[in-house]
Design a protein around this ligand. Structure first.
Ligand code: NAD
Length: 248
């Protein structure tokens, strides 16, 4: 099993892609710290892992708060004695508005979760991984880390920022046993897209050369590979998983 004897943590693991990643980590043999701001969803993910015979526990954390991220890394060390794998996945969409109309508070809110939250995560995961003999971090970006998207400037800017953050951390820890990568899903069927009217949903699907949006488990496959020792020479990089979206 690719993650046998590993301890992993996943943020935003109470729903969508984060849940799929947590389930795949557990299936791959890891003990999983499932974290989310939403207790109900997080506990449901833990129950799914336990009923499949895996090992997991829930820790509530708001990733936009540095202290919560510190407590989360500590929880992995205290409960499971190590931290080897982290997927910084928690993210929010944000309200639609052009740059000339976007409320400054909305900018701050989206940047706090989608960019600062990932920095805070790595800030405390890295010291824990150094104590654990090394590890692998996967940050959840988007195709919108590479191209613009109208009316979503805070989201697009935060996801672009994750590439620089990932490259820098990848450089800093390449010789110290920690790999850091980022993945870029195109549009994926999760509750994040629940509010879209059917017509907008179809229009989104048509943007992908494959003619469909993706599934959460198709992202989890890539995250699992990057998280495991099978990706032993991969660091500081961005990996799209996008049905051909960025090839256009
Ligand atoms: P989702 O809404 O289904 O799940 C996100 C989870 O994050 C939720 O459980 C939510 O409670 C949690 N969360 C939100 N704010 C949080 C916070 N401050 N602290 C901790 N947890 C918090 O969304 P998803 O589609 O699974 O998205 C997961 C990640 O994938 C996000 O970073 C998103 O930007 C990215 N992504 C999604 C898509 C897509 O089309 N669904 C595409 C590309 C990238």
């Amino acid at each position: 099993m690719p993650l046998a004897n590993k301890v992993a943590l996943v943020t935003g693991a109470g729903s969508g892609i984060g849940r799929a990643v947590a389930l795949s980590y557990a299936e791959a043999g890891a003990r999983v710290v499932v974290s989310d701001i939403a207790e109900r969803g997080g506990n449901e993910t833990v129950e799914q892992i336990l009923s499949a015979g895996g090992d997991a526990l829930f820790v509530r954390a708001d990733t936009s708060l540095a202290d919560d991220n510190e407590a989360l890394a500590d929880a992995a060390m205290q409960n499971y004695g190590a931290l080897h794998v982290a997927c910084n996945n928690a993210g929010i969409g944000g309200a639609a508005a052009t740059v000339g109309e976007c409320a400054p508070q909305e900018w701050d809110r989206v940047i706090a979760v989608n960019l600062s939250g990932v920095f805070y995560g790595m800030r405390y995961q890295i010291p824990a991984m150094l104590k654990s003999g090394g590890g692998s971090i996967v940050n959840m970006a988007s195709i919108l880390a590479q191209v613009g998207f109208r009316e979503h400037a805070p989201y697009v800017a935060a996801k672009h920022g994750l590439i620089g953050l990932t490259r820098t951390a990848g450089l800093e820890y390449a010789s110290r046993g920690i790999r850091v990568n980022t993945v870029g899903p195109a549009f994926i069927r999760t509750p994040l897209l629940d509010d879209l009217p059917p017509r907008a949903f179809e229009a989104l699907a048509a943007l992908h050369p494959m003619g469909r949006i993706g599934e959460a488990n198709e992202v989890a496959e890539l995250v699992l590979w990057l998280s495991s020792d099978r990706a032993s020479f991969a660091t500081g990089a961005y990996y799209p998983v996008d049905g051909g979206y960025l090839a256009q």
